[in-house]
Design a protein around this ligand. Structure first.
Ligand code: SF4
Length: 309
């Protein structure tokens, strides 16, 4: 009798909730590839010193996994004394690569091919004497890499994060526009449209990656169906921050967390439908921990986690 009562009581305590997972969430192709290459290096060279130059991707849980595997992390090359250095998925400036070579380090480049495409696009525009506008976050690793690649050929770029910032830049006749891979495609389009009103020759090469667009579209679609959205990803992850912004723009509360223990019960109090998505550098295990936390300790019955292509 007592057991029956406590089960009833538990059922009463557990609010009925539906968890809606975005149709695409978590690890993108470039991040998966970077992590796999780094881990493969560890396996094939078990006794070598392996160090990443900064985090390979912006996720502390991925970085912790690497540390546990014996892969170190150094903020600058001057702190890497020997062995193999693994460069970021976000790409590096050629000068950094040269510096690593001069130090006698073995280089493993895990730059995502879509970031390489961005470098190529920026260099192509520079070679044709376009004034380059880069839609991106100043200071982001990827942006620094592109600026470094341009500097190598004597070119520069103006980094802007909004149409208003474009308005503050004097434009010449030839303007070439590229974008950080994880930016909003809509912002890239808006900047391009604004530039065409001010310059007669505007060449825009859309370098927002397909995985980013897929994650963003899926987040918007999910946010339209839920009462509150939880977005999982590293605090330094720009693409995760943007997913949260997109969810909030649909008029619902949206929260960016890195781990399940950051969930404040007040956020979901009274919510019947909770949306869940995750940035491109968030491992499946973290997304699943959050889903379990939201769903009384179990994965939702219809749980299928699909990554962006
Ligand atoms: S978000 Fe896009 S560009 Fe960045 S690592 Fe993933 S696939 Fe590559």
């Amino acid at each position: 009798m007592t057991a029956v009562l406590s089960m009833d009581a538990a059922a009463v305590r557990k609010p009925v909730r539906k968890i809606v997972l975005a149709r695409s969430a978590g690890f993108c192709f470039g991040v998966r590839r970077a992590v796999q290459i780094a881990m493969q290096e560890r396996k094939s060279r078990p006794t070598d010193s392996i160090t990443t130059l900064g985090p390979v991707v912006h996720n502390e849980q991925v970085s912790a996994d690497m540390r546990r595997s014996g892969i170190g992390c150094a903020p600058t090359l001057s702190e890497v004394e020997q062995g193999t250095v693994v460069m970021s998925a976000h790409g590096i400036a050629p000068a950094v690569r040269r510096d690593a070579e001069q130090r006698g380090l073995r280089i493993v480049d895990v730059t995502c091919p879509f970031v390489t495409k961005l470098h190529r696009s920026a260099l192509e525009l520079a070679s044709k004497n376009y004034q380059i506008v880069l839609v991106g976050d100043p200071g982001h690793t990827e942006v620094k890499g592109v600026i470094g690649a341009l500097a190598d050929v004597g070119a520069t770029a103006s980094v802007i994060g909004s149409v208003e910032e474009l308005a503050e830049i004097p434009l010449g006749k030839k303007v070439g526009i590229v974008s950080q891979t994880t930016q909003y495609a809509t912002l890239f389009a808006a900047v391009t449209a604004a530039a065409t009103l001010r310059a007669p020759d505007v060449r825009a090469l859309n370098t927002v990656c397909g995985a980013t667009e897929e994650l963003q579209d899926a987040a918007i679609e999910m946010a339209k169906k839920v009462d509150v959205a939880i977005v999982v990803g590293g605090k330094q992850s720009a693409n995760t921050r943007r997913l949260r912004e997109l969810c909030a723009a649909q008029g619902i509360p949206a929260y960016h967390i890195e781990t399940a223990d950051e969930i404040d019960p007040r956020w979901i109090d009274g919510a019947e439908v909770i949306g869940l998505t995750a940035g491109a550098s968030t491992p499946d295990a973290e997304i699943e921990k959050v889903a379990r936390c939201l769903n009384h300790g179990e994965l939702p019955p219809d749980w299928i986690l699909t990554h962006p292509d």
